[in-house]
Design a binder for this molecule. Structure first.
Ligand code: GAP
Length: 455
């Protein structure tokens, strides 16, 4: 449940910006949409890919104790019996006897229907897994589920990864991909979707070292968000109480973010003990233990699981970076996204549509877009074009003016403080590369100078 604390950002503003600028659209909107399903537009797909890239870098590339995996969404149905999902992955559901809307019983405060105040039915359990069929016959024997978490794809491949990579404990397997849940309570934009993406790690350790690794991962994952620009005051850790813990967990922390809907879960980090490997050993009849060379014993590893949502992360990064500034031209809306996450890294702007500026502007644009996602914009006044880029979080605008034709120099304007420098075109690419990597704007390249009002 979310705690109602006012966030500084309004959800309606975010939803409207996402639609207007092509980040996120309701799914199949021309048919009226489909509840809790969303599509990522041209800028949204870049942002989302950048979030996943940043996660993969931190989870796999930067560590020598991690490997990746991409398991299929459809799995043998016994997987979900062993994991406990067939039996227990259910929410208590109540129906309104008057307006027939359905609600999660644990989200009801006064025993009445939140929509019409009508009387509610007794709660009954509703399994959240989507069912479908493999092959042409739709009978019980061909039922499969769309995975409700990516985690189980990792557990069932534990021995495959172990045998093919000769890893020693401790080591982890990372995976990201789609998961599906037939959620009952929806309606908070991409916070709770029926089709969403997860980024999950299963980190296998020797029993007895699990608490130490649990602390390690809680810290690592918390820092990942703040290193990517999320304000510390909008992040907090919350330990699960005993009665909240999932059936497989010995301990669990949620990383919570102050979303526009209040403090809510962004990621969960659980100590899953040896529950899953033991269950899959039992149900598959395959030995999933690990042979410890030191003690010459077979052991069942314990598992630490940091489990994050891609879409919830996207929402948190959008909400946290949203800013408005009043100035003489009205309201400047800015997405102060971390440079690594910004969908467009730079935009090339000829000062006007004068055709003399065209060849050089295209030359600069063509050379930059080989390196990054770069836009070209020559419509409307330069001021309005800067505003458009601020609103989508573009860190740098490169402007070509008439003087550029004489001296082959261009101005670089940065998003956050709107300061400018002027640099020779020959060093433009290397300068942008350095600035995108975090070099301060006032560190100037050879031939570069501060420009227009830069103190
Ligand atoms: N394997 C553990 C697991 O799946 P979870 O807390 O159910 O744990 C992990 O999910 C993360 O996945 C959540 O913290 C959230 O970020 C994301 N998530 C879960 N359900 C979601 C939904 N319906 N829509 C969007 N994200 C969701």
């Amino acid at each position: 449940m979310t705690e109602q604390v006012p966030s500084k950002v309004d959800m309606d503003k975010l939803v409207s910006l996402c639609k207007r600028r092509g980040f996120i659209f309701p799914s199949s909107e021309i048919y009226g949409g489909l509840g809790a399903c969303y599509d990522y537009g041209p800028l949204g797909v870049e942002l989302k890919n950048n979030v996943k890239k940043a996660w993969w870098k931190a989870a796999v590339q930067d560590r020598d104790d991690m490997v990746g995996l991409d398991a299929s969404i459809l799995m043998h149905p016994q997987t979900w019996v062993a994991s406990g999902h067939v039996e227990g992955f259910a929410d208590p559901l109540v129906d309104c006897k008057q307006c027939h809307q359905r609600w999660r019983a644990d989200h009801i405060k006064d025993g009445k229907c939140p929509a019409c105040g009508g009387e509610l039915t007794e709660p009954r359990m509703f399994n959240l897994m989507f069912k479908t069929f493999v092959g042409p016959v739709e009978d019980e024997a061909s039922v499969v589920y769309l995975r409700p978490e990516t985690a189980q794809g990792i557990f069932v491949n534990f021995q495959n990864v172990l045998n093919s990579t000769r890893r020693k404990l401790p080591f982890g397997i990372a995976q990201m991909g789609k998961s599906f849940r037939n959620e009952i309570t929806t309606g908070n934009f991409i916070f709770r979707m029926r089709e969403f993406e997860q980024m999950e790690i299963e980190y296998f350790v020797k029993p007895g070292t699990d608490e130490q690794w649990f602390k390690h991962w809680v810290e690592q994952r918390f820092n990942w968000y703040s290193n990517l620009g999320i304000k510390k005051e909008n992040l907090r850790l919350r330990q699960h109480t005993k009665d909240e813990l999932a059936h497989y967990a010995r301990d669990c922390y949620d990383i919570e973010y102050l979303f526009p809907i209040g403090w809510s879960e962004l990621e969960g980090i659980a100590n899953r003990t040896d529950f899953d490997l033991k269950q899959h050993s039992k149900y598959s009849g395959k030995d999933l233990s690990y042979f410890d060379e030191e003690t010459k014993e077979h052991i069942m590893p314990y598992v630490i699981e940091p489990s994050a949502g891609v879409d919830r992360s996207v929402l948190a990064f959008l909400a946290d970076s949203y800013d408005e500034e009043k100035d003489k031209e009205g309201l400047r809306v800015i997405l102060r996204l971390h440079y690594a996450l910004a969908p467009i890294k730079a935009t090339v702007l000829p000062l006007s549509r004068n055709e003399k500026l065209l060849p050089l502007s295209k030359e600069v644009y063509d050379s930059l877009r080989k390196c990054w996602m770069v836009q070209y914009d020559d419509a409307q006044s330069i001021g309005r074009r800067y505003r458009r880029q601020d609103e989508i979080g573009t860190p740098f605008c490169v402007t070509i003016d008439f003087q550029s034709l004489e001296d082959r120099q261009v101005t670089i304007r940065e998003r956050d403080k709107m300061r400018q420098i002027r640099v020779p075109i020959e060093v433009l690419k290397s300068t942008l590369e350095a600035k995108l990597g975090g070099e301060p704007l006032d560190v100037l390249p050879a031939g570069g100078k501060k420009w227009l009002g830069f103190e």
